[in-house]
Design a binder for this molecule. Structure first.
Ligand code: HEM
Length: 418
């Protein structure tokens, strides 16, 4: 069989905005070319890795498949933009761009905070946050689910963890979207040109982080922003500024935008599969497996890039040191050799070995937070929704890394809170 694949559909943000994740192409690739040299327009070429087993293998060998050149796969234009001089973003270095052994030292700074036991303490607060957001829907009506709920609930949860006041939530939401949806004409930062936009965005992020950092250094509190501000390395020296600001960058942004896309993707799946929403309403204890299925189904973190530190042969393809590969989690999460009926949305799926939170060395630090807030929200929604239906065209973000809905209009009727 020959491959019938448009290479642009794998990586062009516009294609994700118009058609969503390219599942048909990935299905062909998993079957016929699981390590495929993709040569799109306006991007460098890369190896597309689409099978679950290969992605977990690669993720387990960080000394060969490196993160230190970044995890986003940039277009030729973006690569050019980054050459035009130091951007304020260069003053921040995140743990996701580090390799071991260094990565382990820096990950330890916050890993204690993110354990299930530590996050479990937030249970009551997160449940209350979910209830308040569902209350905003009123008894019946129409709204954009993204605007009213999906982007607000995880943002409030993260703000609580970080100790950020409600006044800063709007600013953080805007800056995060400008950073993570920088290709989307509706969400990107507007300026004279893209270089300028990136520089101004970096400066605003830096200003926010420096303000929080100075405050927490002067007035420590019981929150994650304080833990990061006062972090020490194993030898007792303070965490350097570059990595301290980098920690703020990844937690302040990845800490809510990813979950927002899981929640809107989950709602879109329930609108398409109302029987699954009814099941959850009748058996709220299914919320735990339902969240895993939502993350598998929506895979909001679409891929991670790795760069080869040496020549490697995989599935008969010889890849060279210095080349890039892109691991498509969203493809692995539909791998027919791992999941029975991979294209069925089943909230009680068991086992569910999805890798929506990644695998190995860089496994998502915030997975328990994401699970807790998504679970609380859908438990509340499913028990209160009497009926719900789409109320117009949904819209997808023009983005290839963090992917999902930018609008999801719904019409509904709710029962009062218990
Ligand atoms: C449904 C929501 C989320 C999804 C799908 C998601 C997904 C991911 C993925 C795929 C990775 C990379 C894993 C790898 O390379 O193997 C990652 C890393 C990371 N995530 Fe998440 N994430 C979510 C929510 C969160 C939240 C709520 C936080 C923080 C509060 C967070 C913080 C991080 C951090 C700090 C890393 C870097 C870890 C490292 O490099 O060691 N994420 N996430």
């Amino acid at each position: 069989m020959t491959l019938d694949i448009d290479p642009n559909s794998l990586i062009h943000p516009r294609s994700y905005g118009a058609a969503g994740q390219p599942h048909e192409a990935w299905t062909q690739l998993r079957a016929q070319a699981p390590v495929w040299l993709c040569e799109p327009d306006n991007y460098p070429s890369f190896y597309a890795i689409t099978r679950h087993a290969d992605i977990t293998d690669i993720s387990g060998r960080p000394e060969v498949f490196s993160n230190s050149d970044g995890i986003a796969f940039l277009s030729l234009r973006q690569l050019e933009e980054r050459k035009t001089g130091p951007s304020p973003l260069a003053q921040m270095r995140t743990i996701i761009e580090m390799d071991p052994p260094e990565h382990r030292d820096f990950r330890k700074v916050a890993s204690g905070f993110f354990t299930p036991r530590s996050i479990g303490r937030l249970d009551a607060v997160v449940n209350e946050c979910a209830r308040q957001h569902v209350d905003k829907l009123g008894e019946e009506g129409e709204c954009d689910f993204v605007e009213l709920i999906a982007e607000r609930h995880p943002l409030r949860v993260l703000a609580t963890i970080l100790g950020i006041g409600p006044d800063d939530e709007d600013l953080l939401l805007r800056l995060t979207q400008q950073l993570l949806a920088s290709d989307d004409p509706d969400l990107q930062r507007k300026a004279e040109n893209r270089e300028q936009a990136l520089a101004e965005l970096g400066a605003d992020l830096l200003k926010l982080f420096n303000r929080v950092l100075e405050d927490r250094r002067a007035r420590p509190r019981d929150d994650l922003a304080t833990i990061i501000a006062h972090a020490q390395m194993a030898d007792g020296t303070p965490m350097p500024m570059l990595e301290t600001l980098g920690y703020y960058l990844i937690v302040f942004t990845a800490g809510h935008d990813t979950t927002r896309n899981a929640i809107s993707g989950g709602m879109a799946a329930f609108l398409e599969h109302p029987d699954q929403l009814a099941r959850l309403g009748a058996a709220p204890e299914l919320a735990r497996p339902a969240v895993e299925e939502i993350v598998r189904w929506s895979s909001p973190v679409n891929y991670m890039k790795r760069r080869l530190r040496e020549d490697v042969e995989m599935r008969g393809v010889r890849m060279r040191e210095g080349e890039d590969l892109v691991m498509f989690y969203a493809s692995a999460n539909r791998d027919e050799t791992v999941f029975e009926r991979p294209f069925e949305f089943d909230i009680s799926r068991h086992p569910n070995r999805h890798i929506g939170f990644g695998s190995g060395e860089h496994f998502c630090l915030g997975a328990h937070v994401a699970r807790l807030s998504t679970r609380a929200l859908f438990r509340e929604l499913a028990t209160r929704i009497e009926w719900i239906e789409p109320a117009g065209e949904a819209a997808l973000t023009e983005s290839n890394l963090v992917v999902g809905h930018k609008a999801l209009p719904i019409r509904y009727k709710l029962r009062p809170a218990a």
